[in-house]
Design a protein around this ligand. Structure first.
Ligand code: SF4
Length: 162
């Protein structure tokens, strides 16, 4: 309970009696029981405050230090920076960039304009949003799916997929 930051007084509660954050912590703790060599964590920090985010990713990280592999899917870039060795950025259902976490979050930084835009949008960085909206996944263009939002787009980008 302590490692999952789960209050002892709530251990005998039913799932429907838990808040979203507590249910999230219980689910993460359950996933870490056993000795599965690969852990898949889909948005494991959703609904948690910053302190609990850090404790959760540190607990996940501890398991990788013990030899397990971890694939974490997240929109939380701070959590990704805290835990990841490698980062893959997806846009419109495709991986557009894979980089070592140190190079991605530090220097030289991301190379793909969308990935760069994600970091630039963070309040502690440029705080500049990416213009426009993502495309409909059912109606993706023939060329680059990011072309409508990209400051570097030229005719070739709309004609072929990079
Ligand atoms: S629009 Fe062109 S420059 Fe921009 S991300 Fe797509 S392929 Fe790259």
């Amino acid at each position: 309970a302590a490692r999952a930051s789960f209050p002892e007084g709530h251990l005998d509660r039913y799932p429907h009696e838990l808040s979203g954050g507590l249910a999230q912590r219980a689910a993460t703790a359950l996933a870490l029981i056993g000795d599965a060599p690969l852990l898949l964590a889909d948005e494991p920090t959703t609904g948690l405050d910053r302190d609990l985010v850090e404790r959760t990713v540190d607990e996940l990280r501890r398991h990788t230090d013990e030899g397990r592999a971890l694939l974490i899917i997240t929109h939380d870039l701070a959590a990704a920076e805290r835990i990841a060795d490698r980062v893959a950025v997806m846009y419109a259902g495709r991986i557009v960039e894979i980089a070592g976490a140190e190079a991605f979050f530090g220097a030289p930084g991301p190379r793909h304009p969308y990935a760069k835009g994600l970091l630039d949008a963070l309040p502690e960085r440029e705080f500049t949003p990416i213009p426009g909206m993502p495309p409909e996944l059912g109606a993706l263009p023939d060329g680059c799916a990011f072309a409508d939002r990209c400051a570097y787009a030229d005719a070739r980008c709309t004609g072929e997929r990079p």
